[in-house]
Design a protein around this ligand. Structure first.
Ligand SMILES: [Mn+2]
Length: 344
């Protein structure tokens, strides 16, 4: 089965519904697995972890989820509440017999908590790596990476369906939330007919479409709204409007009442400008470190641009982190992006 490789860079599969047998077999052998996703988890990260954990719970199997304190944004706090999956403690990390890592391109991005970042928390145990990032490094003992899938939740749906696991209404809501947000409300080119078919199945299974829309799209807290004002005010355009970017310093983020965990989709502000082919967002959630989100529109890809600054992600949605404040990051990245666009 060529979708599964061990120990080397992940083979990128194309068909999201062709679930490698090794993935299901390896998870089925685990009794105390921990579901893990990336730092600053988005709805696809949370949805895929919780859906997996809920659907694989049995009398003799209790999956749990790794979620470091304070890592979930206020807007997505309803997801762990609905899912009701126990959160892993240090003791759970000791006794786990395997890990399922979802939506995470490399092991260093695993949201396992600061104290584990430098240690060998895997310690020889099996790791199943399920993801849709083209840059996934294949860090698992079993890897299933579908670069063209719009979300990891879409892959998890196919996995649960082919393993004949029960998808109840809450699990369907978890998966729908991830699919909806990672495709920007089913508006990105990654929204395939098959993804829409899966979304339809999830609605039939009881996904709470209206309430999810309310929570995900129409529930801005005052603090998030105030941060958006900053993002709008700081938006700049260069390259005759072909590049739009915005910034938020540590003081601006915290001054609005937000934190690093609340930085998620604000990139959509500069990205929404007509004619913007590259959008970038520079945010200093943690002082002295600037996270940069890159988005490409039309035929413009940004993965190479992000990779130039040590980052990764998808062809048209990527990120990087620089060890400097936003103004310095802008000075380094924007001129390079202008040149990059001129030759792409
Ligand atoms: Mn994702």
């Amino acid at each position: 089965m060529n979708e599964v490789e061990t120990g080397s860079a992940a083979a990128i599969a194309r068909d999201p519904s062709a679930v490698p047998a090794g993935v299901i077999e390896t998870i089925t052998r685990m009794r105390r697995p921990i579901m893990i996703s990336h730092v600053v988890p988005d709805a696809d990260a949370l949805g895929s972890m919780f859906a997996m954990a809920r659907a694989w719970t049995e009398p003799n199997r209790q999956p749990i989820a790794a979620l470091p304190d304070g890592s979930v944004s206020k807007r997505l706090a309803f997801m762990p509440e609905w899912a009701e999956i126990p959160i892993a403690t240090d003791a759970d990390f000791e006794s786990a017999d395997g890990f399922v890592v979802l939506d995470t391109a490399k092991a260093a991005r695993c949201g396992v908590g600061k104290e584990r970042k430098t240690g060998d928390w895997i310690a020889g145990r099996p790791v199943v790596n399920i993801d849709h990032h083209a840059t996934n490094t294949g860090f698992g003992t079993v890897n299933w990476v579908v670069g063209e899938a719009g979300s990891t939740c879409e892959l998890v749906y196919h996995m649960l369906a082919s393993a004949r696991r029960t998808i109840d209404a809450v699990t369907a809501s978890m998966l729908f939330a991830g699919m909806q947000t990672d495709t920007l409300g089913f508006s990105l080119p990654s929204t395939s007919a098959s993804a829409l078919h899966v979304a339809g199945e999830l609605v039939a299974l009881g996904a709470a479409v209206g309430e999810l829309g309310e929570r995900l799209c129409r529930s801005q807290r005052k603090s998030e709204f105030d941060l958006l004002r900053v993002i709008f005010a700081n938006t700049r355009i260069v390259a005759d409007g072909a590049i739009a970017y915005s910034t938020a310093t540590h003081d601006e983020i915290h001054g609005a009442g937000c934190s690093a965990a609340d930085i998620d989709d604000q990139i959509n502000v500069p990205r929404s400008l007509e004619g913007a082919r590259i959008a970038m967002l520079f945010t200093e959630g943690n002082r002295g470190k600037t996270r940069i989100n890159f988005r490409g529109s039309g035929n413009v890809t940004v993965l190479e641009l992000a990779a130039h600054f040590g980052g990764g992600g998808h062809q048209q949605s990527a990120g990087a982190i620089l060890d400097c404040p936003p103004d310095e990051a802008v000075a380094r990245v924007v001129p390079y992006a202008v040149e990059y666009l001129a030759r792409s």
